[in-house]
Write a protein that binds this ligand. Sequence first.
Ligand code: TRP
Ligand code: ZN
Length: 507
Amino acid sequence: MRTQPKKGLAVLLAVLVGSVGAAAPAYAGGAGPTPGSAGLGDRLYPLLGNGGYDVQNYDLHVTYPEKDPKQTVTGDVTITALATQNLSRFNLDFGGDSVGVVRVNGDRAEFTRQGDELVITPRRHLPKGQRFRVRVSGYTATPIEANASSPAGFVTTTDGTFMAGQPDQSHNYFPSNDHPSDMATYTIALTAPVGWLAVANGTHVSDKRDHGYVTSTYREAKPLASELIQAAVGDFVLQKRPPVNGIAIRDVVPRRLADDLLPKAEVERSQLTWMIDKVGKYPFENYGSLVVDTRLGFALETQTISLYDTSLFARPKYILDPIMLHELSHMWFGDSVAPSEWSSVWQSEGHATWYELEYAEETGVFQQYTRMPNREAYFKQVYAEGDQLRKDYGPVARPLKADVIWDVFNPNVYDGGALVLYALRQKVGERDFQRIEREWVKLNRGKSVDTHDFVNLASAVSGKNLRPFLNDWLYGTTTPPMPGHPDWTVDPAEAAAAPAAATARHR
Ligand code: TRP
Ligand code: ZN
């Protein structure tokens, strides 16, 4: 489901596709069939996603043949999509080992692989506005070891495998339109030997046993961005907890570490109440934690089941709890409301950092957690670093580069993004700030939106034209004045003296 058709993107698509219809015969539906573009022209990841169609649903089935966490898995995916142009050909993103057979609307289709592009030529062209089905069967993918300096993807551990797809790795696990502007519903079925546990996003539908294997099926009926898929399969155990506000809770951890890890996850229940109180209705049907025994160097908001590594779970509660709150708040900011371009990732990280810090303050661990007395002192420090952050990483809503992963998930997206929210709150006051936050997650539930949508909504809700103000904060190369704090200064010397707290929090 692509929720926000964007003019800028349409122009880019036309450019990528080439001269639409130049030599094509007259065609009833408008332009003649042409190939869908190989990417959506994302500023940071131009080849992620594909042009010409909009996925509605993924029906994914992956088989784990043995109890071997390093093994190659085989998969079948059926994608239901809507053609948004007359398509002679289209791409999926896929970086796995091999592809078996591709069918479009039941007919075998030719395909080629070019890097991470799976180029599919259906026997008949696909008319604009029509739904079609593409089935990729018998594909294979092999997990990799986690490496703290690069994005992970499909990852192996002693106990089994899991997914950490953000931002551009999910298509190493399954063929997809791997861009958060195209959210879709998912059915995920995982077949593994009896004794292993398999968990995915969404609610559990069934377990079916057959000849030494169990197929566990999950349904995520709320739109999911491909980067946030989870499929954890291995020697894990699942513990259910009492529901919170009707939201089912379950945690998944390595069996051999259950006694140590499970008690630490319990705080998620009171955190859920805390977040609902702050921003309103939880957007999904269930929640929980997945802990894996590796060193990822980050946590990840995989939809309905946040991902953590054991090195984080070994840290003190005053660190773990705020980070768990950060991931939980992503369910509203980043998951349910996803960025429609990667340059808008501050929307996810800025808000998650905002609530993480607010929670740390309200639970009395702020000083221990950040080594600063309170949020005001913290933001004053981030403010002092403002120009340097913008210089090193680019403006908040325009990260400089994507080549090294930390350049997208950079401190100016996290702390800088939270500072923009602080500035907004200073400008409109606590009451209107809360109204903006609550309206944002309610209005955009299940949609991909971007920075301009936030700026427009903030203006509409507050009844003030906040465009000049927020655009300076989001896109400026220097740090604007802070409303209500004329004494706050941008001071490169001060910036150098104290390390950004994000460094301690997120790496
Ligand atoms: N989005 C994650 C968080 O802040 C961080 C993250 C996930 C990340 N995957 C990453 C950071 C890959 C760098 C690289 O909760
Ligand atoms: Zn985050």
